[in-house]
Design a protein around this ligand. Structure first.
Ligand code: PLP
Length: 376
């Protein structure tokens, strides 16, 4: 029996995509081979990577002056690649690096900023650390006297997977000026429509909303590619990937194929708009339940709540009783086929990650379980 998996990542994938992959496991498209066995440069594989890219472009309405790159190393490697490509100096080290702005909205944004410190001159534009990251701060506009060109880029984490917050509205054009906006969209890519033209770079590790771990999708505006110091390794330069169609070396072939099957499913659902509508309904049901619950609550400011990661904690304030409720909740839910509901190891509590592939049925079953648990 398949369970409803509320893991933050790797997470549930659409069943039709998994079933198609299973059917093609040993013989894909009459080639007599698994996708895993194909040469990445063969005429059999080429249409697979091309299809995945074309579907990204179609579903996200990506303008022609952007490249779609498939990179390994996860979102965490992008924490380094972004500063290395956009802000690194002529010699290694942060002293030579350009200035970059980061909005600090939680653990992943902090990790991104800390990595960038090694190559760039990092400035924190705003932070919500004062209230344990339970809201999205409003960053002040870049002072006009600083002019364009002073900052190499402006980094935000679009959806904060661990604390369950989300930028419902992007920082305004007046706030960021002409500085390229760069975002980590690992846990919300394709969850609702997004205006790609507002960004210089959008990157997302695949294992939340796109496919298996091992691929990171990078959507990058052409003018940000290629102006890189000599010392940056080939595999860490965006132009290496852009020039070679993500095939400078062997790409994560199977992961790219799986993403293609997941994107087929998104398209069948009616595209990102339809999927977004469903995501709003799913998250709405859960937050409504939590707001009316006597046992649990969601600590995030309403307008900044994530559509994808719904965190909740017992209202109980006694630490020992609280721990007991959490332990029993997670164990009893698991027995009913609702798995991976523990919060992130660093923040505790509970978290239901409800990415695109989580059906409405799973959310309803979780709410019914919570009502029953609360009743006891
Ligand atoms: C999961 C996650 C990451 C880490 O992704 P890796 O692919 O494991 O490096 C980074 N940022 C966000 C927002 C995430 O949700």
């Amino acid at each position: 029996m398949r369970v409803f998996n509320f893991s933050a990542g790797p997470s549930m994938l659409p069943l039709p995509a998994l079933e198609k992959a299973a059917a093609e496991m040993t013989d894909c498209n009459g080639t007599g081979q698994s996708v895993m066995e194909m040469s990445h440069r063969s005429k059999d594989y080429k249409p697979i990577i091309e299809k995945t890219e074309a579907l990204f472009r179609e579903l996200m309405s990506i303008p022609d002056n952007y490249k779609v790159l498939f990179v390994q190393g996860g979102a965490s490697l992008q924490f380094a690649m972004v500063p290395l490509n956009l802000a690194a100096g002529a010699l290694p080290g942060a002293v030579e690096g350009k200035k970059a702005l980061y909005v600090d909205t939680g653990i992943w944004s902090k990790k991104a900023a800390d990595e960038a410190l090694k190559y760039a001159n990092v400035n924190i534009a705003a932070s919500s650390k004062d209230k344990t990251y339970t809201y999205i701060p409003t960053p002040p506009p870049i002072p006009p006297q600083n002019g364009d060109g002073e900052y190499a880029y402006y980094h935000i984490t679009l959806n904060n997977t661990i604390v369950g917050t989300h930028w419902a509205e992007l920082p305004s054009a007046a706030t960021v000026g002409k500085v390229p906006l760069v975002t980590d969209a690992s846990s919300c890519i394709l969850s609702e429509p997004l205006d790609v033209s507002r960004f210089g770079i959008i990157y997302a590790g695949a294992q939340k909303n796109l496919g298996p771990a091992g691929v990171c999708v990078v959507i990058i505006r052409d003018d940000l590619i290629g102006n890189v110091p000599e010392w940056i390794p080939a595999m860490l330069r965006y132009d290496t990937y852009a020039k070679e169609g993500s095939m400078y070396n062997t790409p994560p072939c199977y992961g790219i194929y799986m993403i293609g099957l997941v994107l087929d499913w998104v398209k069948q659902q009616g595209g990102v708009e339809a999927v977004g509508k469903k995501n709003h309904e799913k998250a709405g049901l859960l937050y409504d339940y939590l707001d009316n619950s006597k046992m649990f609550m969601n600590p995030v400011v309403k307008k900044d709540r994530s559509l994808m990661n719904v965190v909740f904690v017992p209202r109980e304030t006694d630490e020992e009783k609280k721990k007991d409720i959490e332990t029993r909740f997670v164990a009893e839910a698991k027995a009913e086929g609702l798995v991976n509901l523990s919060g992130h190891r660093l923040v505790g509590g509970m978290r239901a990650s409800i990415y695109n592939a989580m059906p409405m049925e799973g959310v309803k079953k979780l709410i019914a379980f919570m009502e029953k648990f609360e009743g006891k």
